[in-house]
Design a protein around this ligand. Structure first.
Ligand code: C5P
Length: 412
């Protein structure tokens, strides 16, 4: 199955300039193909010293171009044909020398030539720099990077870490999956540009003693997908996450908490600084009235021990508290409702009870931990179903729905 990333049907020219990071380009080509894109590889002569055409042809499934004198294209003009067909050109690795060539508008080799000849309004150029940290930090490189950005190129990374040369610092090419996700994000509509979004996600863990607690099966996947989709849509995103083992989506600021009270304490001061609040977290309704400092030991012998009494108190309702902030401090609030039946009726009741403009219903606990779901959007205008899909696709649709409602509200 094609991974649900939003790259299906995209045609990408993957350019390789010379650098050790060429070894990652083979993996990148595979990731792009796996995500449903078609990949046309173009290599510079220097790239050919690091990885072979045969490897790149095998992983992309297409012959590789490396010369402007190649007579294979019908009119013999690879630089024109390749860029006209492409949805984007991604140069990974982009060496210091290649970026310098772009900054000057030079076109001595096919890859630089086709970047220069591309229709800038239809064929975006993305660069994944890869070089030694001193080369990256050099004023000439920084000047060239600023110039190519001013000319419309998007720079992905570079990352920080250990380098092939043995040094550590800025200049590592992003990993193949990071570049794949960054490219998918690039293609998403920027419907939340300039907005700030606060998301809660995952379960909470309410400690009984140092080794035990009350929690639930929420995986956090929907909330993390939402944080990712909002960031892809151009928002600045803060994600307050309960205990889950999910990677932080690119560009998202993450705050980890354990209990519902900690989530409340993290969210309430942040809420007034955000335009939108989406509460996807499955916050435990109750917590133990007292957390024991030491592990509770079994009293009595095997089979006849007396269970300790467990007094519970209610957790604060984070969503309701944010929705009750004074209008000037209140973000636009979205609640989630996981129900086992009567989804529309329960979700509508929650809309009123929590005092929020939008509630997103889903049939739990079937959704817990799964990669796909279906949603029912309930607001003053009525009920709007989002049919079954993977959680990232649903999150992107929900982000669009939120953006539309925000825009309509401001227009009204
Ligand atoms: O009241 P109920 O738990 O059914 O409501 C679910 C919605 O309220 C979700 O959006 C959830 O994140 C939010 N919630 C909350 N704080 C709580 C309980 C629920 O923010 N203590």
């Amino acid at each position: 199955m094609t991974a649900p990333l939003g790259l299906a049907g995209r045609h990408i020219v993957l350019g390789l300039s010379g650098g050790v990071a060429c070894y990652k380009a083979a993996e990148l080509a595979r990731e792009l193909v796996r995500a449903g894109a078609t990949v046309q590889v173009v290599m510079t002569e220097a790239a050919g010293h690091f990885i072979t055409r045969a490897t790149m042809q095998a992983v992309s499934g297409r012959p590789v171009f490396d010369s402007q004198w190649d007579s294979t294209p019908p009119a013999g003009m690879a630089h024109i044909d390749l860029s006209r067909e492409a949805d984007a050109i991604l140069v990974a690795p982009a060496s210091a020398d290649f970026i310098a060539q772009l900054a000057q508008g030079r076109a001595a080799e096919l890859l630089a030539l086709l970047c220069l000849a591309r229709p800038v309004d239809r064929c975006p150029l993305l660069l994944a720099p890869a070089m030694n940290r001193e080369m990256w930090a050099h004023p000439a490189t920084q000047r060239n990077v600023a110039q190519v950005q001013a000319d419309g190129a998007t720079v992905l990374g570079p990352g920080v870490g250990s380098q092939a040369c043995g040094e550590t610092g800025d200049g590592r090419m992003l990993e193949a999956t990071e570049l794949r996700d960054a490219l998918a994000a690039f293609f998403q509509p920027k419907c939340l540009a300039g907005r700030t979004v606060l998301v809660t996600a995952g379960p909470t863990f309410e400690a009984i003693d140092p080794v035990r607690g009350i929690t639930n099966h929420s995986s956090g996947k929907m909330g993390f997908a939402l944080a990712r989709a909002a960031a892809e849509a151009g928002a600045r995103v803060t994600l307050v996450a309960g205990p889950v083992h999910l990677p932080t989506p690119a560009g998202v600021q993450r705050i980890d908490v354990q209990s519902g009270q900690q989530m409340f304490d993290a969210v309430l001061p942040l809420a007034p600084a955000h335009d939108i609040f989406v509460a996807t977290a499955a916050v435990a309704d109750w917590r133990p009235a007292h957390t024991q400092v030491q592990k509770i030991k079994k009293q009595g012998g095997t089979g006849d021990s007396v269970p300790p009494p467990l007094m519970l108190v209610e957790n604060p309702d984070i969503l309701a508290a944010v929705a009750a902030l004074p209008p000037a401090q209140r973000p636009w609030c979205v609640g989630f409702a996981a129900e086992s039946e009567n989804l529309a009726a329960h979700a509508r009741a929650k809309l009123v009870r929590k005092g929020v403009p939008l509630v997103v219903g889903n049939l739990g606990p079937a959704t817990f931990g799964r990669d796909d779901n279906s949603l029912l959007l309930v607001d003053a205008a009525g009920d709007h179903p989002l049919p079954p899909a993977d959680k990232l696709t649903l999150a992107r649709q929900l982000v669009q729905e939120i953006a539309t409602r925000m825009a309509a509200r401001e227009f009204a």
